[in-house]
Design a binder for this molecule. Sequence first.
Ligand code: PMV
Length: 308
Amino acid sequence: MATASAPGKIILFGEHAVVYGRPALAAPVTQVQATATVGADARGGVWVKAPDVGLSAPLADLAPDQPLAAVIRSVFSALGVSRPPDCTVHVRSTIPVASGLGSGAAVSVAVIRALSAFLGQPLTDEQVNALAFEAEKLHHGTPSGIDNTVITYGQAVYFVRGQPIERLKVGMPFTLVIGDTGVAAPTKESVADVRRLWEADPQRWERVFDQIGEIVRAARSALERGDWRLLGALMDDNHTLLQELTVSSAELDRLVDAARGSGALGAKMSGGGRGGNMVALVEPQNAGAVAAALQSAGARQTIITTLS
Ligand code: PMV
């Protein structure tokens, strides 16, 4: 039997613009995770079980574009396994789906690691990342690759599409409060809507992406220097530009306002938007109060996490 887990992730700065070549910052969120276990199964064939989404079926019955089936088949194909051993791939996840915390990428990474270990051919991080990126294309359409990268390496990263990852150096620990609107919003749709905006007026939106890119670069240096105040202000600025990109929502704005109103240093939506999660930067002693304010403002779940 082989088991592997992968964390969730949060995008701190730069979502959407990252699809257009600008940098983004993201960090793992270890309070939530996906776990895959692969074990021998006497029933014959390969079985796939994901009780969280009500799935229990032989792999052979699943369509080619079913994300879990596609990931499993991609591992067999990468390892040259033409006749897989009888086994069950069992997946559990505490990461909310379609909420910007990287649930799809985390499930992929956990399955790739557990299955390759079960087959006696564990893959390197680079290989895991490449296979998880292929799977992301089914979830997202045109993913930048940031989710699979931060989740595979389990480290805070400064990410530019198509470039080697750069690990983020953090000058002093930062405390974040993440709030879930409870609204499931597929990233694929918001990414496609931004694409339509961009196609209609590329000059305008390239300028917005440039502004976001500048914020990300300033945020990286603020993180390295441990400058909380500046980092909070940059989060607020990034949120304003995401509103302009039309990917925020009334629920996200309400939570962002509640965080700011209860003493957060800054707050923004995170990930694809339209729903899902927001993130606030807080002073450690204020984390509980901000989480309580988010819950009063309607957050389905809050997570307090530290980036160090
Ligand atoms: O919704 P999430 O957290 O999976 O993040 C998507 C981030 C985008 O920049 C909107 C898309 C991408 O592929 O980078």
